[in-house]
Design a protein around this ligand. Structure first.
Ligand SMILES: [Zn+2]
Length: 412
């Protein structure tokens, strides 16, 4: 792993382990205007929260260069303070007394120059402008949890939008809607919408600045994993996946629901492939609730599926490396069973600890029996741990079920 990749790896882990003190955000409704010629963005975001009774002040981070024109609630302006303290790099925060916020909804109107965005290398590029959490282009505070969003974008003619969730347009007005709660609003703006389609259009790959060899590798790996997953668990009936890959100077790769943004510094290799394989596996593993610890049935199953996919693609040495890393990553983590979202290690536990438990199960029952079990889990659309344990008992007996319970509860 070279230095840059280490930075990327650390960034991914750090964002996964943001403390969710409370799931408080509910929904963002945005009305945005983006002018690619004057490089200006004007935004009006209405942010709805679940409950403000336990907080005195609401703290929302936004890019340093942003000019706030109004903060309002129930159509009336409310007072706010701007504090020079950053969370992600080039941002500051807006402090609002919650007593002034009516019906748990607050609105923010602001403008910012797209030229001033530079955090994590996401600078203005007329051929691939990437706005995301790292650029602090929308008001955010990851401590308040995840949110669904509807964003309307009035965009300069001749440009297109790629994003997470549903994207549609009528002339220059683009509508983005993501109803699966997410930590950010990624938008990529580009003049051309050339893409490669895989798996009956379920996977769309958009790329920029890559050499043909990398494009071929990405396409080849995606097809390999997709067909392998189809073979293991039968056809996926779930949503589409958008994969975006660029070779710009971004230092961060990230994944959101059904959306991956890879910034590649060298050529596409097993490091990036792991992120790709995990997200592809989510086309199968997405039935459990994302709002409770049962999310481990999505995250751990996607993560361990990715490790199996990589074993099939790269061989046993790669598998050993992945397991050694997984063991090291999960060594000091708390137990998985009924872990609270407020736990600082929550995201790592439901992703990596669960994956390590699945490795233990595969090791115990053998690879063929393990894939057979996963097939049943997928077919039966299992959404809770108790259903999973019942299935394990039915398929493999009580001893194996008790083994998994012990692992989940951290009993040796
Ligand atoms: Zn995931």
């Amino acid at each position: 792993m070279n230095v840059l990749k280490k930075i990327i790896f650390v960034t991914i882990i750090a964002l996964n382990s943001f403390a969710f003190f409370a799931q408080n955000l509910k929904q963002y409704d945005g009305s945005i205007s983006i002018d690619m010629n004057s490089k200006n963005l004007i935004a009006d975001f209405k942010i709805t929260l679940h409950d403000l009774s336990k907080i005195d002040t609401l703290k929302l981070y936004l890019h340093q260069s942003s000019k706030i024109s109004e903060v309002y609630s129930n159509s009336k302006p409310i007072p706010y303070k701007v504090i020079q303290e950053s969370f992600i790099g080039d941002d500051k925060y807006i402090s609002l007394p919650t007593a002034d916020i009516k019906e748990n909804t607050v609105g923010l109107q602001y403008s910012l120059s797209l030229d001033s965005l530079k955090n994590n290398g996401f600078t203005f590029n007329e051929n691939w402008l990437e706005l995301n959490l790292y650029t602090a282009w929308f008001p955010f505070n990851t401590k308040y949890g995840t949110f669904a969003y509807n964003v309307d974008v009035n965009l300069t003619e001749g440009y297109n939008i790629i994003s997470s969730g549903k994207v549609s347009n009528s002339h220059n007005l683009w509508k983005i809607s993501q109803q699966i709660p997410s930590v950010g609003i990624p938008i990529i703006i580009l003049p051309q919408l050339n893409h490669e389609s895989i798996g009956n259009g379920k996977v769309k790959i958009y790329h920029f600045g890559l050499d043909q060899e990398s494009v071929n590798t990405i396409k080849g790996n995606t097809i390999f994993h997709f067909e392998n997953l189809n073979g293991m668990f039968s056809n996926s009936n779930s949503n589409n996946l958008v994969l975006t890959v660029n070779k710009l100077d971004h230092t961060t790769s990230y994944a959101r629901k059904n959306f991956i943004s890879l910034s590649i510094d060298g050529s596409f290799d097993s490091f990036y492939d792991k992120i790709l394989a995990h997200e592809l596996a989510h086309l199968w593993w997405n039935n459990a609730s994302v709002n409770t610890w049962e999310d481990w049935l999505n995250e751990s199953f996607a993560e361990y599926s990715a490790i199996i996919l990589q074993r099939d693609l790269y061989g046993e040495d790669n598998f050993t490396k992945n397991i050694v890393r997984l063991k090291k990553q999960t060594k000091d983590l708390p137990t998985l069973y009924q872990i609270e979202k407020s736990n600082n290690d929550y995201q790592n536990v439901i992703t990596y600890k669960g994956a390590f438990i699945l490795y233990g199960l595969e090791f115990k029952i053998g690879r063929v029996a393990f894939v057979d079990l996963l097939k049943v889990v997928y077919k039966n659309k299992i959404t809770s741990t108790s259903e999973l344990l019942n299935t394990i008992e039915k398929e493999l007996g009580k001893e194996i079920k008790d083994f998994v319970i012990r692992k989940l509860k951290g009993i040796n």
